[in-house]
Design a protein around this ligand. Sequence first.
Ligand code: MEV
Length: 321
Amino acid sequence: MKVGIGSAPGKIILAGEHSVVYGLPAIAVAISLRCRVESREIAEGITIDAKDLNTVSNYTFDQLRSLDTELADGTDSIALLVYKLLPDKNRGVYLEIQSDIPISAGLGSSAALAVSTIASVMDLFDLELSKSQISELAFESEKIIHGQPSGIDNSIATYGGLLVFKDSSIDLKELKQSFSLIIANTRIERDTKKLVSGVADLKTQFPDLINPTLKLMGDLSIEAINSIEENNIHKLGQLMNINQGYLDSIGVGHEFLSRLIWVSRNNGALGAKLTGAGGGGCMIALIRDNREAIQISDKLKSMGADVYIASMSVEGVRIGE
Ligand code: MEV
């Protein structure tokens, strides 16, 4: 029996989180952590078997047709996506998901799942969709769970590499150099809305201090792209450290993140910063080699973080492998 296969990467925000809210550029980069989906035809309905989460969800087509998307969760949105793609609504699909990307950590796991599901179903039924159609479909699916997503995650999961996001527009760039990273998840839940409104409050209270800081954070994003294009890993590390200072100064840091950041730096990382909204979530550290990675990773694990050794990735969606 034919098995459809698709996979897609997660992402990190390398620079520009929070300042992006004020129309300044942010950079997102695909990472080597991926989500992989296998699909097979079954007699009826849609079954989603999330191996990492140990959950199996079953949907009949009738259920999907009457599902209220206002109330839909992540698994419902994937079932709806598969249903939409089915060429023959008389036969069902079984999906098996395996993902390296931690969920609810700001690493784009839900977009990677949507894109890899589309790729898998395309492979299963020999469907032809362009990358822009894949990204658009994943965006529609993301809207069900995230309300108003920026479009960064579905774009990165589809195209891979690096993108610059500014004023709601996405500029895809070639990733000429791939650097290695450590990603550490504090597992501390963050409230993005609250963090964003905290920055807005500070901006109102201290406009002469916070406005220039946000502007500098946007300038730093451009410098960070240059450092990658120049293959200057030391400069990128310095910029990440400066960025962390700015992020702390606008109130989105967290004690545990800071400890992980400092231990990474003190053990050889060239730079380290929080990634995404802050206040918990994940930090990233830029590293030179594997030995260093293992040493830092062991230290961060012993402090209680979930640690992933990864690299920046040029590769986006893969279909059939
Ligand atoms: C969160 O990943 C990034 C923020 O800049 C929020 C946003 O851009 O919507 C903090």
